[in-house]
Design a protein around this ligand. Structure first.
Ligand code: PEP
Length: 252
């Protein structure tokens, strides 16, 4: 049985002090849940202040939105997995569509990042998703399996036990136009079938597959009703305490 995972991707929002104040309010409003895992991914610059604000509230896991694959060295502007671990991060979001489209990240780079994350004990949340043009051309399944192969090809099944995947259709991110429940379920089934066929049924059963793309307190219930949808990766709606808490309440 997979536990539900609700993750907030703050993107490039909130200074370190704004983030700390937000988290102090969030932990007052968000009850711990026996059945749901929560994660928040603030910008790098706020990781330290958020860790301090979380204090002993270990039920919200701290994560990052990206990282580089080398441990250290002459890589100006980059952040490594050991640095994230040292700041208390438990997970890292990799391959987000904004990284792919705005910063030219390709599958081979994402693959190296996943390898580095796993080597250092960070849970990876691999984001995949098709563009609107790809969906309209009828190539969604091909795009998803291609991104899975590109990001995960060559890993051994036993390396993928903590893997989470976020299905995030590019056309749904930040647009207010979420995928329908049926579209999300179809994509999640494609992903799980591919994991089972390429690795093992166990890898497919264990992987948490989150939906992301304009999730709101209003649409999350329909999505989480399906046993194919193991949680949500949330952008805009996680920046408001009331919406994050409402989403969390639905997830219980
Ligand atoms: C995201 O960026 O991962 C995301 C899902 O954003 P939003 O919820 O704002 O669509």
């Amino acid at each position: 049985m997979r536990r539900i995972l609700i993750v907030g991707n703050w993107k490039m929002n909130k200074t370190a002090s704004e983030a700390a104040a937000f988290v102090r309010d969030l932990i007052k409003a968000l009850p711990a849940s026996p059945s749901v895992d929560f994660g928040i991914a603030p910008p790098f610059t706020a990781l330290e202040s958020v860790r301090a604000a979380l204090g002993a509230s270990a039920f919200i896991q701290l994560g990052a939105q990206n990282m580089f694959w080398e441990d250290q060295g002459a890589y100006t502007g980059e952040i490594s997995a050991p640095m994230l671990r040292d700041l208390g991060c438990r997970f890292v979001i990799l391959g987000h569509s904004e990284r792919r489209t705005l910063f030219g990240e390709q599958d081979d780079a994402i693959h190296k990042k996943i390898r580095a994350a796993l080597k250092h004990g960070l849970q990876a949340i691999l984001c995949i998703g098709e563009s609107l043009a790809q969906r309209e051309r009828g190539t969604t399944d091909e795009v998803l399996t291609g991104q899975l192969q590109g990001g995960l090809g060559g890993f051994r099944a036993e390396e993928l036990t903590t893997l989470s995947i976020a299905y995030e259709p590019v056309w749904a991110i930040g647009t207010g136009r979420a995928a329908t429940v049926d579209q999300a379920i179809a994509a999640h089934c494609t992903i799980r079938r591919f994991l089972s066929a390429t690795w093992t049924a166990d890898v497919a059963d264990r992987a948490r597959i989150l939906y992301g793309g304009s999730v709101t307190p209003e649409n999350v219930e329909g999505l989480l009703k399906s046993d194919q949808i193991d949680g949500a990766l949330i952008g805009g709606a996680c920046l408001r305490i009331d919406s994050f808490v409402k989403i969390a309440a639905v997830a219980q």
